[in-house]
Design a protein around this ligand. Structure first.
Ligand code: GAR
Length: 200
């Protein structure tokens, strides 16, 4: 499975996935390219250090669909079969989503459907929930909405801040993304509406 990873910043999820692939922990997976919409993204350096092609396709000032057409062209040129969003902070256009039907995966730092959108960890912290976590899901045309592949819960401690909570969620994100990709690359699943049946 040739994977393209889209990032916008730090790239810690991307690095966790790349390192898992390098260890052979995601059988059948190959990271073919990492693309950032922000030229200065630290994640591009992390990808290049790992010997992965790392490119920027800047979005600033461009209409979403024009930018997405360039992204899709770059991904299809490289034979990408699965797109992983890893801290990619721009909504995808319907054009992009239709170019990779059920072939785009995202990680979100909350237990969806709670706390969609930006700064989900802080949203959960400020709401006062006692349990939050992360979700790996397929991407559809609605924000943070597609079929859920897996979720991991993280308890909120009495002495947490939004930052300490985010750091614990991030550890679970890395483990979750690797586990989800192992499931998806294994190919032994079926999407039934919002539900994914594994081992069928
Ligand atoms: C991660 O916490 C990821 O879940 C979040 O951005 C961070 C990126 O970190 N994504 C979203 O909020 C998407 N809605 P990373 O660049 O170190 O992987």
């Amino acid at each position: 499975m040739k994977i393209g990873i889209l990032i916008s910043g730090r790239g810690s999820n991307m690095a966790a996935i790349a390192d898992a692939v390098a260890r052979g922990d995601i059988p059948g997976a190959e990271i073919a390219v990492v693309v950032s919409d922000k030229p200065g993204a630290a994640g591009l350096v992390k990808a290049a250090e790992r010997g992965i092609e790392a490119i920027a396709i800047p979005r600033s000032g461009r209409i979403r669909e024009d930018h997405d057409r360039e992204l899709v062209a770059a991904l299809t040129e490289r034979g990408i079969e699965l797109v992983c969003l890893a801290g990619y902070m721009r909504l995808l256009s319907p054009f992009f989503i239709r170019s990779f039907p059920n072939r785009i995966v995202n990680i979100h730092p909350s237990l969806l459907p709670s706390f969609k959108g930006l700064d989900a960890q802080r949203q959960a912290f400020e709401y006062g929930v006692r349990i939050t976590g992360c979700t790996v899901h397929f991407v559809d045309e609605e924000l943070d909405h597609g079929a859920i592949i897996l979720q991991k819960a993280v308890a909120v401690a009495d002495d947490d801040t939004a930052e300490t909570l985010s750091a614990r969620i991030l550890e679970q994100e890395h483990a979750s993304y690797i586990e989800a990709l192992r499931l998806i690359c294994g190919g032994n699943y079926r999407i039934e509406g919002r539900r994914i049946e594994f081992g069928s």
